[in-house]
Design a protein around this ligand. Structure first.
Ligand SMILES: NC(=O)c1ccc[n+]([C@@H]2O[C@H](COP(=O)([O-])OP(=O)(O)OC[C@H]3O[C@@H](n4cnc5c(N)ncnc54)[C@H](OP(=O)(O)O)[C@@H]3O)[C@@H](O)[C@H]2O)c1
Length: 201
């Protein structure tokens, strides 16, 4: 299945930043907690209807990775990694040495998104590349002119402060709304991001 708003090109991975956000544009509260999100969703189990489809690899920053490890106790229960992510590779941007659950395909990477892209694309094998977060890392993909889609599931909550959704200025001519729908308590929006060199704007 091709995700909402997709302009798929055969054999070419799309790079998709897909996240849940508060109404005022934060993806975590100042304590890096997601309890507000689980409260809104009625539980911590992600609704498959709010997740990207056809994902070949995941990409995330180290705060997100460490949160996932701790929240699901993946170092203590490494078998859960495969249960949740199968054998999909996860690229983690970090300048530090971080632990990996036994058997998980986690690949650490540091430096510019442009330099990392060939490795990430090769691992994706033509399937989508899911930029899980955080917002600045998604911004680094945008800066590298390598972001194809932004999909947000907006929770009915404001946080006032926290980890930003996407701390970049992206003007309207770069974003086209491809879909908007209700998903339980969430508003789900998907935008296509046009390339900096796209003459169509
Ligand atoms: N609402 C949602 O659905 C959702 C989705 C994703 C994340 N989240 C949450 O949002 C928060 C995001 O945290 P965050 O804003 O700190 O972002 P993050 O992207 O998770 O982590 C940022 C860290 O990644 C490393 N990093 C980023 N770019 C790098 C690069 N080019 N090269 C090397 N390392 C790089 C740096 O850490 P080091 O080099 O020091 O390791 C940086 O401090 C977390 O609490 C996460 O759990 C929520």
């Amino acid at each position: 299945m091709v995700s909402e708003g997709a302009d798929s090109v055969l054999g070419m991975s799309r790079i998709v930043y897909d996240t849940a956000t508060s109404l005022d544009g934060f993806i975590a509260d100042p304590q890096h907690s997601l309890t507000w999100l689980f409260d809104a969703a009625g539980g911590a189990e992600p609704d498959p209807d709010l997740l990207p489809t056809d994902v070949g690899v995941m990409v995330e920053g180290s705060t997100t990775y460490e949160w996932v490890l701790a929240f699901s106790e993946l170092l203590e229960h490494p078998e859960r990694w495969r249960e949740y992510y199968g054998d999909k590779p996860t690229f983690v941007f970090t300048r530090r040495t971080l632990p990996v659950p036994d058997g998980a395909d986690v690949r650490f990477i540091a430096g510019s998104v442009s330099d990392a892209l060939p490795r990430i694309r090769e691992a994706a094998g033509g399937r989508d590349i899911w930029v899980v977060g955080g917002g600045d890392l998604a911004g680094q993909f945008f800066d590298a002119d390598a972001l194809d889609e932004i999909a947000v599931s907006i929770a009915p909550v404001t946080l006032g402060a926290g980890a930003p959704l996407l701390p970049r200025r992206i003007d309207a001519h770069r974003l086209s709304l491809r879909s908007a729908r209700m998903a339980g308590p969430f508003a789900r929006l998907a935008y296509r991001v046009s390339s900096a060199g796209d003459a169509s704007h």
